[in-house]
Each structure stands twice: as structure tokens, then as C-alpha cells.
Design a binder for this molecule. Structure first.
Ligand code: GAL
Length: 402
């Protein structure tokens, strides 16, 4: 028995996927216009700005690193003009800073921009990535005939198997835009899965045609606002569990597209709903206010909490169109979120008995509550907390202790 416990403990220490992954990805800001300096400068900045110390450890090269064809021996190859040191050289640099390197590929014959995908080459590509020192694979869903005719499960599983035999521990992140409801099956294949089409740099406006819920035929369409991503999670947050994280896509904090309150809301929900926290901004040129939000230790602690349970939406305490209340247990505390998404400043009352699981967790009548963004202890409450003057698009992030 003791041996089993010890093994479980060792496994927990070794398995990086037991907490939502944190890092940076090139796509939101740079799209396919990346090169060696983009990646190296960002890695250096992660360390210098203190983001690495805050937990952001993966540096991810998204689409744009490959040549148009494979090498004569069939291997994937980086564009040598853009990446003169090769991916191995970048991996060495990133590792020398104590960080990890991620790369992007696709489960079809092409990626979304017609570079070679991995279909039919899974073992060779997994082996190549391992030999370069890659620590993380983001695996996409574009790619010609195969992507349209062979099920996601089959395509993504093939690469999952190949990674397992690659000889290196590589974090496996699916990017199939919520197609075929991966919250039901991705845990068997990968460490995380995208639950929606791409985020866009907007708090409230979607591209036309984006569906607001998780269960609809056009789940995969890109152009999803922060608010809509949160809406979709009403149906998915219950599936969050260590080792299989629903990925709400890269953060738009620091892309100059939102107010400070909107960025706080964005970060609060990504943390409390246990999405991976992947910065999408150019951190070599980021405002102090956005950086502060990304570095808030108390919010990051909620994301990385050992229990790994996401907060859930509480319809009885919410008012559709103006107020959303969410809540859920942490390993030793409880987190509640109160979002004003209406169009005027408002007071929000939260009846403590209405918060799911709070009373089971906190048996005593009184609960002490801290406002994380205001960095203030609000006092002890027994029945209800009333939050006054919550601004438009502001989230009150409340840490509750017994
Ligand atoms: C999309 C993916 C984006 C980005 C892009 C690159 O399919 O959802 O996050 O990786 O491909 O082309």
C-alpha cells in the first residue's frame, strides 16, 4: 500500500499535465511571421520580466516554422533562412534558460497554410521532434482529404501513440477546435484539447457565425470573443480534470484590445475554469498593467491549485445578459466569480447557500472572503455578500476560506 502511494506521488510529481500548462505562443500576435529572434527574444523576456518565475514555462513556436516540403529523407524541416540555428539550436537556447520548447504540426497531410502535416509520418515526426529536444506538441486539425474523412480520434490517437514511443516526454495538446465534443474522449489521447474555434482579440464581439454554446454544429468557427468562450464553458467546465484540460485558447491580455477590467475578467475565468494559461501577446512590448495581470500570484495559484476542479456556472445567482456568478472548490479554499457583463455599473449579491459545494466544503456558518484584484480582505460573512458598484465588464474574484 505504502509503495503504491509512493508511486502515485512520484507520478504526480513527474507528470507535468496534472496542472493546466502555462507558457507563451507565437500565433495571436505574430501569425506565421516568425523567426529565430522572435522566439529567442520572447524566451529571454519571459525570464527577465519574471514571467518564468510566475510559472510560464513553455515557449511555443506555432505555424510558420516549416519549409513547403519535407527533406529528401522524409523529415520535417525548419525554414533555414528564418531559423538559422535550426529548431534544435533554439531548443538548446530555451533549455539553457530553464524553459521548455513547444512546436506546431497538423494531423492532416497539410497544416492550415499548406505546409506538410504529419498524417502518415507520425512516428518519424515524433522521433524528429524528440531528437530536436521538443517538450510540447500543439497538433492541429486542418489538412486536406484525411482531415475531412478520418475521424479526429483516429488521427489524433496515431500521433499520441507515436509521441509515447518517441523516447522523450512531450506534452500533447490537441487543437481540433471543439469538433466532435472532445471533452468526452480527449482524456484517452492527450493532455489538453481546444474546446472551441480560435479566440479573437475582443472582449464581447464575435465574428459573425460564431456559435455561443459548446453544443452546436459550427463549434469550430474562429473569431470567438472572451465572453463567448466563457459562455461555451458553462457546458464544459464540469469535464475539467487533471491531465485532460479544456483549452480556451491563447490569452489576448496585452494585445491592446481590452480595458483593464476586461483583461482581469479574461484572466480570472481562464484561471478558475482551469484553461491552460498561454500568453498570446508580444511580451517584449507589453504594458505594465497587462503584465501585472498576467503575473498576479493569487490568480495563478487558483489555476494551478492541486484539486484541478473548475468553477461552474450558477444560474440561480445569475441574471442572463447582465450578471454571471460562478463558483467551485479549491483544495483548501473556495473561489467565486461575479461578472458584470451588462451595460451599467451594478451591485451583485451572492447568497452563500447558493454556491455549489461551498457548504459541504466549509461546514461552519461563517466564511471569510478576500477580493483578489482589490487585494483586500472583505471580512466574514454568514448568509450573503453584497458587492457594490461592480463596473461594466469587471469580475470580482473572491477567495473564500472557512
Ligand atoms: C489554427 C489554430 C490556431 C493556429 C493556426 C495556425 O487551426 O486553431 O491556434 O495554430 O491554426 O495556422
Amino acid at each position: 500500500m505504502k509503495l503504491l502511494l509512493l508511486q502515485a506521488l512520484l507520478f504526480a510529481v513527474a507528470d507535468a499535465s496534472l496542472k493546466p500548462q502555462m507558457g507563451w505562443n507565437s500565433w495571436n500576435t505574430f501569425k506565421a511571421n516568425i523567426n529565430e529572434s522572435t522566439i529567442k527574444n520572447t524566451a529571454t523576456a519571459l525570464v527577465k520580466l519574471g514571467l518564468a518565475d510566475a510559472g510560464y514555462e513553455y515557449v511555443m513556436i506555432d505555424a510558420g516554422w516549416q519549409t513547403d516540403t519535407r527533406a529528401a529523407n522524409g523529415q520535417q524541416q525548419a525554414n533555414a533562412t528564418l531559423f538559422p540555428s535550426g529548431i534544435k539550436g533554439i531548443a538548446d537556447y530555451v533549455h539553457s534558460l530553464g524553459l521548455k520548447l513547444g512546436i506546431y504540426s497538423d494531423s492532416g497531410i497539410y497544416d492550415c497554410d499548406f505546409h506538410p502535416g504529419s498524417w502518415g509520418y507520425e512516428e518519424l515526426d515524433a522521433y524528429t521532434y524528440a531528437s530536436w529536444g521538443i517538450d510540447y506538441l500543439k497538433y492541429d486539425n486542418c489538412g486536406g482529404f484525411q482531415a475531412g474523412t478520418i475521424s479526429s480520434q483516429e488521427r489524433f490517437q496515431k500521433m499520441g501513440q507515436a509521441l509515447k514511443t518517441s523516447g522523450r516526454d512531450i506534452f500533447y495538446a490537441l487543437c481540433q477546435w471543439g469538433h466532435q465534443f472532445p471533452w468526452y474522449w480527449a482524456d484517452q489521447i492527450a493532455n489538453s484539447y481546444r474546446m472551441s474555434g480560435d479566440i479573437q482579440a475582443s472582449f464581447a464581439s464575435d465574428k459573425s457565425g460564431v456559435c455561443q454554446t459548446a453544443y452546436c454544429l459550427n463549434t469550430g468557427y474562429a473569431g470567438v470573443s472572451v465572453l463567448t468562450m466563457i459562455r461555451k464553458m458553462r457546458e464544459i467546465s464540469a469535464f475539467q480534470s487533471p491531465g485532460s484540460w479544456a483549452d480556451m485558447d491563447m490569452l489576448e491580455i496585452g494585445t491592446n484590445s481590452m480595458t483593464e477590467f476586461e483583461e482581469q475578467t479574461h484572466f480570472s475565468f481562464w484561471a478558475a475554469l482551469k484553461s491552460p494559461l498561454i500568453i498570446g501577446a508580444d511580451i517584449t512590448n507589453i504594458s505594465a498593467s497587462s503584465l501585472n495581470i498576467l503575473q498576479n500570484k493569487e490568480v495563478i495559484a487558483i489555476s494551478q491549485d492541486r484539486l484541478g476542479a473548475a468553477a461552474s456556472y450558477v444560474p440561480d445567482l445569475s441574471t442572463e445578459g447582465s450578471i454571471q456568478v460562478w463558483g467551485g472548490p479549491l483544495s483548501h479554499q473556495y473561489v467565486a466569480l461575479a461578472l458584470n457583463y451588462g451595460n451599467k455599473t451594478t451591485d451583485i449579491g451572492i447568497k452563500l447557500d447558493g454556491l455549489p459545494g461551498l457548504r459541504q466544503f466549509c461546514k461552519h456558518k461563517s466564511v471569510s472572503i478576500r477580493d483578489i484584484w482589490d487585494k483586500k480582505n472583505l471580512g466574514t460573512f454568514t448568509d450573503e455578500i453584497r458587492l457594490q458598484n461592480v463596473s461594466i465588464h469587471q469580475t470580482k474574484l473572491l477567495l473564500m476560506s472557512c
